[in-house]
Design a protein around this ligand. Structure first.
Ligand code: ZN
Length: 360
């Protein structure tokens, strides 16, 4: 490897590190812009670091805006607080054992359970909210949760916020695309052709100029006092001199927010309808088909919140809970089919199976 190749490899590595974020394992990320449409990214769930998982923000140009969403991590059930740890794992913390403590972005619930939130402000907000819920009766907790669910499922606000965040970083992202192409395309081609020469030095000068522009654009996009970027001026200085920070400056603007993140299903209208419906079915199955579903009289509180939301959005039940086409008893939660005679799904912790339609 020549010196130039080493330098390029180091730049690529630094750039990719800058694209990595540690997010709650349950988080969802929307990536896109008003022109290209939006899709979703999920963290890499196999790796768990302090209740979080790494997520690689979309690294290649044209640079896209990002917005974060979180499913309901803390759900009040009559006897205990349900804590969603990952997509497939949750824990129950009995109400009388709740010992709340927020430390940075981590919220400790009792001696063993903790949950990571995207920001420190949100960890503190949840500490306060759970303290309030703790003092309520089960019915009051249920309605407090339904109110919270309604707020986080506000599709209009979620779409508007994603669009606004993309608009705020439009020039930063355009400049980052140019910067990326210049750094990894033009400069490496020039170095390959001319080696250590005046041409490469001049190209490096252009790179530095682009970083100064990024730094100025960053300061301009963040001068609004509602956006509290920690160490804003120091960061602007870093952007001016470090290419990897300059290229990803828009992420800092997009992902620094004090607002409570929406539920992923609030991106109805933002995401492609087909994909959104897949996510809707998944969330519905997990909320609705819990052990005891076939004989419980009331819906679990999460399912009730989702049902209200679907009705309000005009989504037919056959769309979010399509009838089973299985010939054998099947688990309504994971879809696994079983031989006749078995009544519960062992993979889903004893969810009762649904018998095939009576016409068969
Ligand atoms: Zn199952």
């Amino acid at each position: 490897m020549t010196d130039g190749q080493m330098l390029l490899a180091a730049f690529v590595l630094l750039y990719l590190i800058e694209c990595l974020r540690l997010v709650p394992s349950t988080a969802w990320m929307a990536v896109g812009s008003s022109t290209s449409g939006w899709s979703t990214l999920r963290p890499w769930l196999r790796l768990q670091i302090g209740s979080g998982s790494p997520l690689l923000l979309s690294p290649l140009p044209p640079m896209q805006a990002h917005a974060l969403a979180l499913p309901w991590l803390l759900v009040p059930e009559p006897e205990a607080l349900r804590v969603r740890l990952t997509d497939s794992m949750s824990a129950l913390v009995p109400w009388d054992q709740l010992a709340l403590r927020a430390e940075e972005t981590m919220l400790y619930l009792d001696a063993t359970n903790r949950v990571r939130l995207p920001t420190k402000a949100l960890a503190e907000l949840w500490q306060q909210r759970l303290t309030e819920w703790h003092a309520l009766t089960p019915d009051q907790r249920r309605s407090a949760f339904l109110k919270h669910a309604r707020t986080t499922l506000d599709t209009q606000t979620a779409s508007q916020n994603a669009a606004a965040t993309a608009a705020l970083t439009r020039s930063l992202r355009r400049c980052a695309t140019l910067h990326f192409m210049w750094c990894f395309g033009v400069m490496s081609a020039l170095y390959h052709r001319f080696g250590d020469s005046l041409a490469v030095l001049a190209a490096a000068g252009v790179l530095l100029l682009l970083q100064f522009i990024q730094s100025w654009l960053f300061l301009r996009a963040t001068r609004n006092s509602a956006l509290k970027i920690p160490h804003r001026r120091w960061r602007a200085l870093g952007i001016a001199f470090l290419p990897q920070l300059a290229m990803r400056a828009f992420d800092v603007v997009n992902l620094t927010t004090a607002a409570e993140p929406p539920h992923p299903l609030a991106w109805h209208g933002l995401l492609d309808e087909k994909h959104w419906l897949q996510h809707a079915r998944q969330f519905w199955r997990e909320a609705r088909y819990v052990p005891g579903w076939s004989h419980n009289e009331t819906l679990p509180v999460e399912a009730e919140a989702l049902q209200k939301f679907f009705r309000h959005a005009g989504i037919a039940e056959a769309d979010y809970d399509p009838p089973s086409t299985a010939q054998l008893p099947a688990c309504p939660r994971c879809g696994a089919e079983y031989q006749s005679g078995i009544t519960t799904c062992s993979d889903c912790g004893g969810v009762e199976l649904r018998n095939p339609a009576a016409s068969l």
